[in-house]
Design a protein around this ligand. Structure first.
Ligand code: SF4
Ligand code: SF4
Length: 343
């Protein structure tokens, strides 16, 4: 559908979200003990005026860190009964930044684009995405270089832009329109002045980013650096915590485990895995990535070469900057990409 541009007075947002909470779980940015997080609207105060994004991405709500996927009962060894655990709870995520919307778009492409992951699909098809554009660059983000921010032009149901005393509200999907149509008194048509203010805010924010990396040039140069010493040098301080993968909005690898409950009934669980650990590639015969430099190289190639090449250009890295922030060894993806482009 064609996007519909409306506005909402800021004072009405809380009522709008509270009303939606009557039949949806509402996940919003909240401040808890001084930290910005995604959390439940019911038990926390809503954060609307914040810079950047929470340090942990919202992918947890579509692809949980740990998830019971099914239970099976092998009491009868011939007719094993299986019960899938599909989560179909209706949920709205509000306040998602553009980089994270593109992260979810990447997960959608991977988990729904070819082989359909039933568990991801159950959550995703019951989730509405309401984003909030960024009016100022965050500290470590480089979305401008990845073309995933600071404003989003797709990948949302409804998108909000802070214009001071009101929001420009961009309705981008049928599902978003169904919600907005239920509250006609909250929305007013956007004027040319509102649209201009939003364009100016986007331009101003873009100008505020330091040119830290040329993502396109890095993608082209990467294959030439396969045997370069930079991979060993950049990975030398890695302590194998896997934090870079766990906070990343696009990392999607998982492991599975069967947990026996009483000898007959077992539960299959899946949980996030990390390519930065040696065990990730341990197979019966051999381990295909023994050295840490191979694992860092894999992470960067996966983000900048394999994912966009395999999935029609979707971003493997959204430039959210979380992996830079979380790394205790101070490994900085923009520094690595800068070295790649300077070769
Ligand atoms: S990386 Fe860009 S879109 Fe993401 S929070 Fe920072 S400024 Fe916003
Ligand atoms: S690789 Fe780093 S900067 Fe890129 S999306 Fe993942 S966490 Fe964000």
């Amino acid at each position: 559908m064609k996007n519909v541009m409306t506005t909402m007075n800021k004072g009405k947002l809380a009522d709008f979200l509270k009303s939606l909470a009557s039949d949806h779980e509402m996940i919003v940015p909240v401040i808890e003990n001084g930290n910005l997080l995604f959390g439940d609207l019911g038990s926390n105060g809503l954060a609307t005026d914040f810079k950047g994004r929470p340090p942990v991405s919202p992918k947890e709500y579509m692809f949980p860190q740990k998830e019971r996927i099914f239970t099976f009962d092998a009491t009868d060894k011939v007719n094993v009964s299986v019960q899938a655990h599909l989560n179909t709870k209706k949920r709205i995520l509000w306040g998602i930044r553009p980089c994270d919307l593109y992260g979810i778009k990447t997960l959608d492409t991977i988990y729904l684009g070819g082989y359909v992951d039933t568990y991801y699909q159950a959550r995703r098809s019951n989730t509405l995405l309401m984003g909030l554009n960024c009016n100022q660059p965050c500290d470590t983000g480089f979305c401008v270089a990845c073309q995933t921010g600071p404003f989003a032009s797709e990948a949302f149901d409804i998108m909000f832009t802070d214009l001071g005393d009101k929001y420009l509200v961009n309705i981008g999907s049928e599902a978003g329109k169904v919600i907005a149509d239920k509250y006609p008194s909250l929305f007013a048509a956007a004027t040319d002045d509102d649209l201009k203010k939003a364009r100016d805010a986007e331009e101003k924010c873009k100008q505020g980013f330091k040119p830290v990396v040329d993502a396109k040039a890095a993608k082209q140069k990467l294959p030439e650096t396969w045997d370069d010493a930079l991979w060993a040098e950049e990975s030398a301080t890695c302590i194998l915590c896997g934090g870079c993968n766990f906070v990343c909005p696009t990392c999607h690898c998982f492991n599975i485990e069967d947990i026996a409950e009483d000898g007959k009934v077992s539960t299959r669980v899946r949980y996030w895995d990390t390519c930065q650990l040696g065990g990730f590639t341990q197979m019966a015969a051999e381990n295909t990535r023994l050295a840490q430099f191979e694992r860092l190289r894999q992470r960067i190639f996966h983000k900048y070469v394999y994912t966009p090449d395999k999935y029609g250009g979707v971003p493997g890295c959204t430039g959210c900057g979380r992996c830079i922030e979380v790394c205790p060894a101070e490994i900085d993806i923009t520094h690595v990409l800068g070295r790649v482009t300077s070769k």
